[in-house]
Design a protein around this ligand. Structure first.
Ligand SMILES: Nc1ncnc2c1ncn2[C@@H]1O[C@H](COP(=O)(O)OP(=O)(O)OP(=O)(O)O)[C@@H](O)[C@H]1O
Ligand SMILES: O=P(O)(O)OC[C@H]1O[C@H](OP(=O)(O)OP(=O)(O)O)[C@H](O)[C@@H]1O
Ligand SMILES: O=C(O)c1cccnc1
Length: 497
């Protein structure tokens, strides 16, 4: 399908129920009521100790100049689903809200706000779906990438996932997220162009099959390239591929700057050791062994344990699809809303399961680090009118579910994590170059103790509520309980249920 709408916009990239609610607010005349919504996720992805926040650049692209185009409006009218006066209003609508977010690449944790939208309830509602769409995916992939980087150490790490991604957008933005999470380069050339990230690659089996021989294929490739890596497993790695690679490397010498070989099947521990011997014996001790084939942090760990002689890891499917956990599960909840007297009142969503109870009130996340070693002590979620900096008596931190787990931190720095990125509809933040984001992420991650960074059974990082935020939550839970009780006593029929 070609795009038949030259002015297609992203304004309709939302769930119909958002427009349905917006219509209600509009027709009831409350669409300009102020509200604060926050995005957070409840569980750490991959049971990891941290997540890497990503997606902000695309969020800003999306919000910048967001409006309903002529064909969007025409479509809504033709659908017959919405009131004409509501559609008239959408015609001149512009996003006027304020958005706060962490820096891209920032380590973030479950149950803390990672996006905050403040503005008309109408505006905030429309953008819920795309914000979750963007940040859930990119944060997931950046986190998966960071996990893989953890097990790979300082070795080369290449992103090969485009062919296996859930369509083109996912390949492109997933690649960017993977780079932020610590990959060195991508095979996706467009990502290289758009984001100015390094591109890299070898060649496929089809080259060898086209020439019907390893030697002929490598020779042709060598005639036409420098810095070559030969794929050696098309027919037989140890008996055909590697001998042919060595022969061509010797024949072409300095002309091709032979970089190494790639193995894409078979027992990679066994094969890589054999290949290493052959390359060393042939006088190519610096040639690198690349490996690919459904790799992820688990297989890499296992291969390292087996002392596989692999120098560069190419990772596709399991990274770009977040194979073992394909969704982050981030949610977007209203935490404060203007009442009919014009006052902001905090609001809570109660649930039978404790983890689904939201934390009311507009908040800020503070990262608390010790001034002695620069290492982080935990995150402190406070209401936005609190300032936990420079408290002479120290900062009292307690676990929100187990308050007896507590500590007082002295000689600390409290750094706010959420920053204004859009103010009253205007984008006020310019994303740094992706290379800088990657570097920032690396540094911010290493301000966490290694116990939170290990890939298996990491320590739970403290994400605490301020006393005021905690009291506010408890008071609202009590209010809701009293309200439900009153309803039940007013209506005896309800007692039956
Ligand atoms: N020594 C090893 N230890 C642990 N895992 C390995 C080892 N060697 C290879 N693997 C992994 O085992 C899996 C093997 O998958 P699979 O059987 O599909 O590969 P293959 O048959 O060798 O190649 P192909 O992809 O062409 O079918 C891959 O994920 C690979 O990365
Ligand atoms: O294995 P991944 O982590 O997804 O990495 C990308 C894969 O893409 C290529 O395979 P290709 O499409 O040629 O298929 P193959 O599995 O038959 O090698 C490459 O040889 C890798 O195996
Ligand atoms: O360049 C490569 O080796 C490559 C690129 C994409 C997928 N698999 C391998």
């Amino acid at each position: 399908m070609t795009n038949q709408y030259p002015d297609d916009s992203l304004a309709l990239h939302t769930d119909a129920y958002q427009l349905s609610m917006m219509q209600t607010y509009f027709l009831e005349g409350i669409h300009e009521r102020q509200a604060v919504f926050e995005m957070y996720f409840r569980k750490m992805p991959f049971e990891n100790g941290y997540a890497i926040f990503a997606g902000l650049e695309r969020v800003l692209d999306y919000l910048n100049g967001l409006h309903f185009s002529a064909t969007d409006i025409a479509y809504l009218r033709e659908s017959g689903e919405f009131d004409p006066s509501f559609i008239d209003y959408l015609e001149n609508w512009r996003f006027k809200g304020t958005v706060r977010a962490p820096r891209e690449g920032e380590p973030v944790f479950n149950n803390e706000p990672i996006l905050q939208v403040e503005g008309n309830v109408f505006d905030a509602q429309l953008i819920e779906t795309p914000l979750l769409n963007i940040v859930n995916y990119q944060t997931l992939i950046a986190t998966k990438a960071a996990r893989i980087r953890t097990v790979v150490g300082n070795q080369g790490l290449l992103e090969f996932g485009t062919r296996r991604a859930q369509e083109m957008d996912a390949a492109l933005w997933g690649t960017r997220a993977a780079y932020i999470g610590g990959f060195d380069a991508t095979s996706n050339v467009r990502a290289g162009k758009l984001f100015n990230i390094p591109i890299s690659g070898t060649h496929a089996h089809s080259l060898v099959q086209t020439y019907r021989s390893d030697y002929e294929a490598f020779k042709a490739y060598a005639e036409t390239h420098r810095d070559v890596v030969f794929l050696v497993d098309t027919y037989d790695t140890l008996h055909s591929g590697v001998p042919a690679a060595i022969r061509v490397a010797k024949e072409f010498g300095d002309k091709i700057n032979f970089q190494g070989v790639r193995i894409d099947s078979g027992d990679m521990a066994y094969l890589s050791k054999g290949v290493r011997h052959m390359l060393d014996d042939a006088g190519f001790p610096d040639a690198k062994i690349y490996a690919s084939n459904d790799l992820d942090e688990e297989t890499i760990t296992s291969l390292k344990r087996q002392d596989a002689k692999i120098d560069v890891w190419g990772i596709g499917t399991k990274l770009i699809t977040a194979y073992d956990q394909p969704a982050l599960g981030g949610v977007y909840k209203v935490v404060s809303i203007e009442n009919d007297k014009g006052e902001m009142v905090d609001t809570i969503k109660i649930s039978g399961s404790a983890e689904k109870i939201s934390t009311p009130g507009k908040k800020q996340v503070w990262r608390i680090t010790s001034n002695k070693d620069g290492k982080s002590q935990g995150d402190y979620i406070a209401l936005s009118d609190e300032d936990p900096r420079d408290l002479p008596e120290g900062l009292y931190m307690f676990h929100p579910n187990y308050p007896y787990l507590n500590k007082t931190v002295k000689d600390y720095t409290a750094r706010p994590i959420l920053h204004d990125v859009v103010v009253d509809g205007e984008v006020v933040y310019e994303s740094p170059a992706v290379k800088e984001i990657r570097q920032y992420s690396h540094e911010a991650l290493h301000a966490l103790w290694p116990e939170y960074r290990r890939d298996l059974n990491p320590q739970e990082y403290p994400v605490d509520l301020s006393k005021k935020a905690w009291d506010n939550k408890m008071a609202l839970i009590d209010d809701i309980r009293a309200y439900v009780k009153e309803l039940s006593s007013e209506n005896e029929d309800l007692e039956k249920y």
